[in-house]
Design a binder for this molecule. Structure first.
Ligand SMILES: NC(=O)c1ccc[n+]([C@@H]2O[C@H](COP(=O)([O-])OP(=O)(O)OC[C@H]3O[C@@H](n4cnc5c(N)ncnc54)[C@H](OP(=O)(O)O)[C@@H]3O)[C@@H](O)[C@H]2O)c1
Length: 328
């Protein structure tokens, strides 16, 4: 089968087409014929080798061997199921997450990390959805315990995670303030944000006059990479949260080392794939309560992935960059 893999770490040109064997299944896995996948910022940290310098590198020892197939989300058709699989059968359209390696014709995924794709959702939208929807969902409801009428500041409201978080928070009845560059303001307002702040032009702390209950920080910030500490962005975030509020970061992995400020609960988490969460998300997509914005789609070829990585890293973009088998 075809796979697109890194044969060394570096610029997008290191992505090469290879022939690999179809993965064999464990009892709890499902074999999926991949139809679409997408790119997350973690993928380019692996691709360019930056992950090797990270204090988090020890978490991925078996994911740093070359050739390395990137991609951690998949949408496709079930071909085969393991002996203990009960929720899926061949022919089902499914979406979900794997640890790494979805840029392949066939992908083995844990049953508990998948959900059925609603009929009204395309493979491309489903291939873009898993990581960003799950992360936004768990941030708002599992870690943030967001309540209707609460005020929430969502950083990077046009990004993959941010554009989902804005929609879910608004649906839940929150007052949503988002940051985004001016290019994306109409887009973020259309998703439901009550206020949008151009982080490239103004200091967001000067625009927030009433403190917020929650900050959800999804802004890609290379300066947090080495230490996991949010630096100046962190200080500013604390300053706009009310006493006893919540600061959730999906980028600053060292944030819980901060001394407690005004009883604010500061918390980093890594999204954990769960079938029950994916089912809630699929239900939202089915009922048109959640749309995944596809910025652009690229073919499942080495050239397509090269262009997709360039688009994803260089921007400007909004929502997700998708790898699809629908175009050749
Ligand atoms: N912990 C977890 O489980 C988890 C899960 C998923 C993602 N992540 C991490 O979360 C981050 C976001 O992921 P993503 O998929 O949403 O990335 P993305 O689609 O590339 O979006 C990132 C956004 O950050 C914005 N941005 C950059 N600097 C900003 C600033 N100072 N203030 C406000 N916005 C800023 C960019 O907006 P402009 O285009 O306007 O510049 C862009 O829209 C990445 O670092 C990723 O690795 C963590």
């Amino acid at each position: 089968m075809k796979a697109i893999a890194l044969t060394s770490f570096g610029i997008p040109e290191v992505l090469k087409e290879l022939e690999l064997p179809i993965p064999s299944l464990t009892d709890t896995q499902v074999l999926i014929e991949m139809r679409a996948s997408s790119i997350n910022p973690a993928d380019y940290l692996f691709r360019n080798g930056a992950i090797l310098q990270s204090p988090m590198a020890h978490k991925f020892p078996d994911q740093l061997q070359l050739p390395l197939v990137l991609g951690n989300e998949v949408a496709g058709i079930v071909q085969e199921v393991g002996r203990k699989v009960t929720h899926f059968k061949p022919g089902d359209r499914v979406m979900g997450m794997i640890q790494r390696g979805s840029y392949m014709d066939y992908v083995a995924a844990e049953e508990d990390h998948l959900a059925v794709i609603p009929e009204n959702v395309s493979f491309d939208e489903a291939g873009a959805a898993p990581t960003v929807t799950l992360t936004a969902w768990q941030a708002l409801f599992e870690h943030g315990h967001l309540q209707p009428e609460q005020r929430i500041l969502i950083h990077a409201g046009a990004g993959g995670v941010g554009h989902v978080a804005v929609q879910l928070a608004k649906q839940h009845g929150a007052y949503v303030i988002a940051t985004a560059r001016n290019y994306n303001h109409d887009f973020v307002r259309a998703l439901g944000a009550d206020e949008v702040i151009d982080y490239t032009k103004v200091d967001f702390t000067t625009q927030i006059t009433t403190p917020v209950d929650i900050v959800l920080d999804t802004a890609k910030d290379p300066s947090t990479f080495g230490t996991g500490l949010p630096g100046e962005m962190g200080e500013k975030n604390f300053s706009v949260i009310k006493e006893g509020g919540t600061y959730i970061s999906i980028v600053a992995f060292g944030i819980s080392q901060y001394p407690k400020v005004r009883n604010i609960h500061a918390h980093f988490f890594q999204a954990q794939p769960k079938r029950t969460d994916f089912e809630f998300i699929a239900d939202h997509m089915k009922n048109n309560k959640l749309k995944i914005h596809i910025n652009e789609t690229f073919a499942f070829t080495a050239q397509g992935l090269l262009q997709a990585y360039r688009k994803s890293e260089e921007g400007p973009k909004r929502g997700k960059v998708v790898i699809t088998k629908t175009i050749k």
